[in-house]
Write a protein that binds this ligand. Sequence first.
Ligand SMILES: *Cc1c(COP(=O)(O)O)cnc(C)c1O
Length: 499
Amino acid sequence: MLYHSTRGTVAPISSAEAIKSGIAADGGLFVPEKLPSFKLSDIEAMVDRTYNERALAVLKGFLDDYTEKELNDCVYNAYNTIKFTSPEIAPLHKLNDNISVLELWHGPTCAFKDMALQILPHFMTNAMRKTGEECEIVILVATSGDTGKAALEGFKDVDGTKIIVFFPRGGVSEVQKMQMITQEGKNVYSVAVEGNFDDTQSGVKAIFTDAAMITSLKENNIKFSSANSINWGRLVPQIVYYFSAYADMVKSGEIKLGDKINFVVPTGNFGNILAGYYAKKMGLPVNKLVCASNENNVLTDFIHTGTYNKNREFKKTNSPSMDILISSNLERLLFEMTGHDGKQVSQWMKELKENGIYSVDEELQEEISKLFWADFTTEKETLTTIECIYKDYNYVVDTHTAVAVDVYDKYVISTGDMTKTVIVSTASPFKFNQSVAQAVLGEKKIAGMDEFTISHVLSKECDIPVPPSLKDLEKKEILHKRICDKNDMPDVVKDILKV
Ligand SMILES: *Cc1c(COP(=O)(O)O)cnc(C)c1O
């Protein structure tokens, strides 16, 4: 299996090369030349298997340059009960006859990014060995919250790597900040930047392309790489849980083998839902993929009209991990749906970069809207949804998951479709506890409390335990005290790497 760039001008490479490099030299994203196909009998064979066995079945079709033993090591090092609090790894929680919730937040950082970032470092170290790489790999991350912590946790103490995470000093929640500055591990660094997320991200991008920096790294046998969702090694593990959820629906008797189901996905960068699209193309019986956005609803508009327009106000919402105006992984969908037309995709991406807007033709827009249904949710609707789910089902969801449930309600009202549906749940309610407590307990009850106290109260009132990794977070030792100006980020990197 070879990997092509979505911009079409790079010679195809193996999966190990694609995972090691992250992004293609022409600026495109790596995608497989064709998708492995699964028959119903292959899916049936997954029903009585563990999550890890299902993962191996899916991954081996994509990473066929990895040996069975290598893949086995990757999977079992990533998904185990030392790291995950659920032995099922990605359990399904039945809400009612129509809705099941796929809980993707039982990993070490309590958000779904763990599903990919626990395995990516293992893919990468194997890739380095397989490709004869002799440099040390340094992962640079700019984060608005979830990715940073998940990447630190994934790469901690992984031989041959270091990881440096930059976060905007005032732009992450108290829980997220504490998670990052108390991070343990001998190869991990987190740095607060005086600036907002855009400053932080631009700073990291500039370091990646800083010629002087790259030269001095070379002299010291160091290479940069990236852990964000443009890396194929982050996308591919996400395909697994769509198959796993389906197998669990069959196992529990919710559906018969071959019945189609819907997936509703709270979407920002389009990585998670794209994995669902790949699963469908590989043969998983999927009816609709419902793309749920918050008020940064670029994708809703794109799916409805065929025009992607990022020239709009950026809104900070109570589902911050979806506050995104450029959904990078959409590029992979466009490449797939144009029959791998790299030239056309390059043109659209050029227009996006230069003018912030591009339009696909009517025929493609129609095809896209047959596969995807899209809508968005306001902050207020998000809170009301959390409250209703708690009242009706005694089940607490986080703000991102609530966006998905609300958009699903809108879908049912609009289409009348009663197909069994899986809501993809992307974070533990404790990760965004302020909004969650506001919704289920009322604003008065938590007035003046800090996030750590809110966690205790939420846990007690709703009778659900605080996840172990968030428990007593405020008492942990602070290990990372670096704060820097946005212009000094390159100096911080040089200082850490001693170059
Ligand atoms: C990253 C994230 C999302 C968005 O996922 P994409 O793959 O970027 O679409 C949704 N919810 C949570 C909690 C996240 O951390």
